[in-house]
Design a protein around this ligand. Structure first.
Ligand SMILES: Cc1cc2nc3c(=O)[nH]c(=O)nc-3n(C[C@H](O)[C@H](O)[C@H](O)COP(=O)(O)O)c2cc1C
Length: 426
């Protein structure tokens, strides 16, 4: 492995109860009111701070989830969810997903900068353009705007939000007349301790990677294989360098779904039990959404038809996220399994996101391997089930990472930007 030094960044995409739909059946502490119970969030945040983790992260879309594959159908709006947790935590970053397609730049700039104040500089914004068609109906549209329109709007949206945060610092009005937005004025919210919230981006198409490289401080990536992760890592870092930025200021954090056990067999039993407890269509539904086809119509005992894996004639009209789709197709092409074999293997190698099933020691080996191979700057951890899935990170994984010099022993920085290697002071 390379001699790469430094420590990994570890976030937790809490989702709410965990990434598997049966999470609520696994742990009695995951009560029906957990999503809206401040006490639940404070308990898991205390575990995360005990482990000196970098941030809690909330994936989100402005629409009710689909229970056939979404483990967290109902939840609070992320910035509100994090505002109350800010008061109950001291170090943990709080990253909220918000769509550039279904928000207004002035309102979101105010809301995120306010969150940065109430959290003493620990706010982050995960920039998405939203892949779920259900959100369109909630905003008076008959369908999602086409991908390149969404990204064109996203670039103007992000630049306007950053200009508004800058207006808070300089006191100079923003005077913007663009393709998607016209605005003259400035924020009433003063600059925050870290200057402005940390920007992350999620979306792996070429436009998504370019947005990340030119503007974001971090990337929530979907990469099922180490080769795909290295390619994504290098591409975004190159976009940053081409934009005159220091590539090291953009941290690449793929998601990793994990089930851990004291032995590999126990971990696999846990993953199997959780999948067997969940909706039988879970893996097929996830795959359908990610590939943009109905996976339940495929011949289970045959390989994937070439036309299913082929890129849409015009990627612009490829539904869902190209990032997820490309990653899944790469993984399928690597072993050419039957559909049934692939759906079964996703239990152990992840569905859409990279997956790991094994012991804490094996997980640490895996984290170290991907980090020293230049595939990641860290991971956005996604426990199969919250509470006990997070406790094993605090009690077993982090101590092992610290022993290897790969993780902090205590918080040395006070803001999310500081945790990411930037300066605590704006
Ligand atoms: C790793 C990853 C995580 C994502 N998380 C979300 C999310 O939480 N909410 C959401 O609306 N979209 C999410 N998306 C999709 C984004 O909305 C994205 O802008 C859109 O699907 C286009 O993605 P693409 O560039 O991969 O085609 C995610 C995409 C990826 C790759």
């Amino acid at each position: 492995m390379s001699a790469r030094e430094g420590h990994v960044i570890l976030g937790v995409n809490t989702l709410v109860l965990g990434y598997l739909p049966a999470a609520w059946q696994w742990d009695a502490r995951l009560t029906p009111d957990a999503p809206t119970d401040p006490g639940y969030w404070q308990r898991i945040a205390a575990t995360a701070e005990r482990a000196t983790l970098d941030a809690f992260f909330l994936a989100d879309g402005p629409a009710l989830g689909d229970p056939s594959y979404d483990a967290n159908v109902s939840k609070l709006e992320p910035t509100i969810n994090w505002a109350h947790l800010a008061a109950a935590t001291e170090h943990l970053g709080l990253i909220a997903t918000a769509s550039t397609t279904f928000n207004d730049p002035f309102e979101l700039a105010e809301r995120l900068l306010s969150l940065d104040h109430v959290s003493d500089g620990r706010a982050g914004w995960n920039i998405v353009t939203t892949r779920h068609g259900a959100a369109a109906g909630n905003f008076g549209l008959t369908g999602l705007p086409e991908r390149s329109d969404r990204y064109e709007r996203a670039v103007e949206f992000v630049d306007l939000v950053v200009a508004l945060w800058e207006s808070a610092r300089t006191g100079v009005d923003v005077d913007h007349a663009g393709e998607h937005f016209t605005l003259r004025g400035r924020l009433r919210v003063p600059p925050s301790p870290q200057g402005k919230p940390v920007l992350l981006q999620a979306g792996g198409s070429e436009k998504g990677r370019r947005l990340a490289g030119t503007r974001a401080d971090g990337v929530f990536a979907a990469e099922l294989t180490k080769e795909g992760a290295i390619e994504h890592y290098n591409e975004v870092k190159q976009y940053a360098a081409d934009a005159g930025r220091d590539p090291d200021t953009v941290k690449i954090l793929p998601g990793v779904l994990f089930s851990l056990g004291s032995t590999e067999e126990e971990a696999r039993r846990r993953s199997d039990a959780l999948h067997d407890l969940g909706p039988s269509v879970y893996s097929a539904q996830w795959l359908s959404g990610a590939l943009g086809i109905d996976a339940t119509t495929l011949d289970l005992d045959a390989p994937f038809p070439p036309e299913v894996l082929a890129q849409a004639a015009d990627p612009a009209f490829q539904g869902g996220s190209i990032g997820f789709r490309q990653s899944i197709v790469k993984q399928i092409r690597a072993t050419n399994p039957t559909v049934r074999e692939y759906l079964k293997q996703t239990r152990y190698t992840g569905s859409g996101h990279h997956g790991f099933v094994g012991t804490p020691e094996q997980f640490v080996d895996h984290i170290e391997d991907w980090y020293r191979s230049g595939a990641i700057d860290g991971f956005n951890l996604q426990p199969d089930v919250l509470i006990d899935g997070l406790e094993v990170i605090a009690d077993e994984v982090v101590p092992l990472l610290r022993k290897r010099g790969l993780f902090r022993h205590e918080y040395e920085t006070t803001t999310l930007r500081g945790h990411f290697g930037g300066s605590d002071v704006a």
